[in-house]
Design a protein around this ligand. Structure first.
Ligand SMILES: NC(=O)c1ccc[n+]([C@@H]2O[C@H](COP(=O)([O-])OP(=O)(O)OC[C@H]3O[C@@H](n4cnc5c(N)ncnc54)[C@H](O)[C@@H]3O)[C@@H](O)[C@H]2O)c1
Length: 286
């Protein structure tokens, strides 16, 4: 069964949600972007506009195209209103299992049975999230990468009960929006974060133990492994709070060797979350 997807809702208007909404609007699919307060929606749409303005300046798109894309993003703080006539819900709220479960339970109570639910979780169990709904066969992970409008990959995570036709449907949708979908069975951290977390966490420990400075470690990784960003630059870009949540979850699921380095918890406790708060491992002036 292939569902024609022409209107979706993205819940959470932060770093990821606003970028995901942009990706769909660029692909001419109407999006309702939802958050708990108008100020978060305003920040989200500002990020979208900033990206589109730069694209116009670089002559990648015209001003008219930019305006049309913006028009396709509807902002809402009313979840029940927002889900009317949508075929797909993508959740991109904070990486907290309790908050996500509460949201999906609520959504399930007023969404029609055909609507597909997707979570952009970085590491949490899709089956556990799906279990709070009455539609586990129509529930899957759709894991975009930061920034969604530039990163090609979407990991498609199959929960224990996700139906193959729903996976096929979403893989086809990813192709339609210009992404490459990589399906994966469920495992803590899926593919990319399962491999990324130990790498980043070891970099934090090298720094913490005085083996080398963070700048040198970043340079070594960029030149030695041909990575576009070093581990500290990448961490600030992703968000240290997001990474700490991933690390704690992987430790809980896979054991103590995944335990987050102390420096990461310290920075998060100090509110230094990376680029989004203008300070993380590095300081940013814009
Ligand atoms: N940051 C990354 O690089 C990255 C990459 C891939 C996946 N993810 C995942 O995407 C999700 C979102 O991450 P982010 O970095 O965009 O977080 P963020 O903190 O930037 O944004 C989260 C947004 O969700 C909103 N929110 C919280 N509870 C809500 C609710 N009940 N209803 C509606 N809105 C709510 C918040 O107000 C905030 O605007 C997380 O699950 C994260 O693990 C993050």
């Amino acid at each position: 069964m292939i569902t024609e997807i022409n209107r979706i809702v993205v819940i959470g208007s932060g770093t990821m949600g606003s970028g995901i909404a942009l990706v769909f609007a660029q692909a001419k699919i109407d999006v309702v972007l939802v958050d708990v307060e108008q100020k978060y929606l305003d920040e989200g749409i500002e990020r979208i506009k900033k990206f589109l303005n730069r694209s116009v300046e670089k002559e990648k798109i015209t001003l008219q195209e930019s305006n049309e894309i913006i028009k396709r993003v509807i902002l809402s703080t009313n979840l029940e209103e927002a889900i009317k006539d949508v075929q797909l819900v993508i959740e991109a709220i904070i990486e907290n299992e309790g908050a996500k479960k509460e949201l999906f339970k609520e959504l399930d109570s007023f969404c029609s049975d055909e609507v597909i639910f997707a979570s952009n979780t970085s590491a949490l169990s899709i089956s556990n999230l799906a279990d709070v709904t009455k539609r586990p066969s129509k529930f899957l992970g759709m894991h975009f990468f930061n920034p969604p409008q530039l990163m090609k990959l979407v990991e498609i995570i199959k929960g224990e009960k996700t139906s193959e036709s729903v996976v096929e449907n979403i893989v086809a949708l990813c192709t339609r929006i210009g992404k490459i979908a990589v399906p994966s069975n469920e495992a803590p951290g899926f593919i990319v974060n399962r491999l990324l977390w130990p790498f980043l966490n070891e970099a934090y420990k090298l720094f913490e133990n005085g083996v080398s400075d963070k700048e040198f470690i970043d340079t070594a990784i960029k030149l030695g492994l041909n990575h576009p960003m070093g581990p500290f630059e990448l961490s600030d870009y992703i968000g240290l709070d997001v990474l700490l949540d991933i690390g704690k979850y992987l430790e809980e699921q896979l054991g103590v060797s995944y335990k987050p380095a102390k420096i990461l918890s310290k920075l998060v406790n100090e509110g230094k979350l990376g680029k989004k708060t203008k300070e993380g491992f590095y300081i940013y002036d814009k």
